[in-house]
Design a protein around this ligand. Structure first.
Ligand code: CMC
Length: 391
């Protein structure tokens, strides 16, 4: 007997102690801690520690962990040659899929997945090097030299510097932007068994190395129904352009014969306001205020769209609320990131979640290779017909 459950709407694929979501309540907990408290009081590396080890670090552990991560930020120099094989107009997500997968060819000394020390070294390497790879993908696309990491900066400040500094000028990291981006990273760090995390687990269930598994996760994240939604949401706001045009797009979203969907709205699990979207909305306002983009027409369109959708019968009945991607795109754009980098930033932040879930799976004694069954609806058994005898 098999169950047939397309899209896994009611099938649990694993047991996990990492992240809890109550979609009806709009609740998200990492290791039991509400996302609102972690995002307001903690920093991203603290969240990484929590997801990986299950507890918040004390002062000594925090210092040691931050130090270890920041001492693994450099990538093998050969990586820069690897990057230069790409066209300059390559999508940075294509670059990330390839370069993260290729990291398994550079770090052989930590690939034994049965060795707990190797697993931890790979995990730290991945968290530490992802910002370096992401900034290299960005710098390459705009024809600027790669910027080496600076380890006395914090994790997020270092990333901002690697993206936005140039060798001929000093770059000072704005603490408000640093805090905002750090919060974006916290909000994206894990989200239990979403499509990309399930992909990482499935790839890892065969014993594939963690770099290959995370590369698979990045490939899955790229799609517009998942991590690509932040890019798609911003493209949609730009297409709508002015608040007067919103009713036309709302009508299209409701039309069953029109494939158009309001990007940044709806979620498989949340049937209430996405708690990450609430925090993100606040961060968006802080960043736009700081950068003097308060009157950004995109924000006006976003706020009006949100207002209309929250009062429209169709959206209320189907419990379609704005999700995190609705706001993150506007914020990242204001910070200076091009839309093609949005999903890369999501991948950077989600890496710790993928890795924590991969480690949990490998360390689970009941772990088996993932092997879904199918409902076969093809031709019944039949005899081969020689080519000359075919009609
Ligand atoms: N605009 C208009 N109608 C929608 C939307 C939307 N964004 N989302 C869902 N619906 C309708 C859908 O047509 C369906 O109607 P009906 O019951 O009449 O057929 C109903 O709501 C349920 O939708 P579903 O497609 O069965 O729901 P799902 O759980 O399979 O899909 C989703 C979830 C997130 C893929 C979907 O809501 C969507 O495509 N949203 C836009 C893309 C997006 O913002 N994705 C980011 C998700 S959050 C970040 C992440 O996880 O990466």
């Amino acid at each position: 007997m098999f169950t047939y459950d397309p899209g896994f709407t009611s099938t649990a694929s694993c047991e996990s102690k990492i992240t809890y979501i109550d979609g009806d309540e709009g609740m998200l907990l990492y290791r039991g801690y509400p996302i609102e408290q972690l995002a307001v009081h903690g920093d991203f590396l603290e969240t990484c520690y929590l997801l990986l080890y299950g507890e918040l670090p004390n002062t000594t552990d925090k210092h040691k962990f931050d130090h270890t991560v920041m001492r693994h930020t450099m990538v093998h120099e050969q990586m820069s040659r690897f990057l230069s094989g790409f066209r300059r107009d390559a999508h940075p997500m294509a670059v990330m899929v390839a370069t993260v997968g290729a990291m398994s060819a550079f770090y052989h000394d930590s690939l034994d997945i049965t060795n707990p020390h190797h697993r931890m070294v790979s995990s730290i390497r991945m968290i530490a090097k992802m910002p370096t790879m992401a900034s290299m993908a960005y710098k390459y696309s705009i024809g600027q030299p790669f910027v080496y990491p600076k380890n006395d900066l914090g994790y997020t400040a270092n990333f901002l510097r690697m993206c936005f500094s140039i060798p001929c000028e000093e770059y000072v990291v704005d603490p408000v932007l640093e805090r905002a981006l750090d919060r974006i990273f916290i909000l994206h760090a894990d989200h239990e068994q979403n499509a990309s995390t399930s992909t990482v687990r499935l790839a890892g269930s065969s014993g594939a190395n963690p770099f290959a598994c995370v590369a698979a996760g990045i490939a899955c994240l790229w799609g517009p129904a998942h991590g690509g939604a932040n890019e798609a949401a911003l493209a949609m706001l730009e297409e709508i352009g002015t608040p007067e045009r919103i009713p036309h797009y709302i009508a299209r979203a409701k039309d069953k014969n029109d494939p158009f969907r309001l990007m940044g709205f709806g979620h498989r699990v949340y049937k209430n306001y996405d708690p990450r979207a609430k925090l993100m909305q606040q961060t968006t306002h802080e960043v736009l205020n700081l950068l003097g983009h308060r009157d950004d027409p995109l924000l006006q369109v976003a706020l009006e769209l949100e207002r209309i959708a929250l009062h429209d019968e169709y959206f209320i009945e189907k419990k379609l609320y704005p999700n995190i991607d609705f706001y993150s795109g506007i914020t990242l754009k204001a910070m200076g990131f091009p839309t093609s980098m949005f999903t890369v930033l999501f991948a950077l932040a989600r890496t710790v979640g993928w890795i924590a879930q991969w480690k949990e799976m490998i360390e689970d004694p009941s772990q088996k290779i993932g092997r879904p069954r199918q409902l076969y609806t093809g031709a019944p058994k039949r005899e081969y017909i020689e080519l000359a005898n075919r009609a």
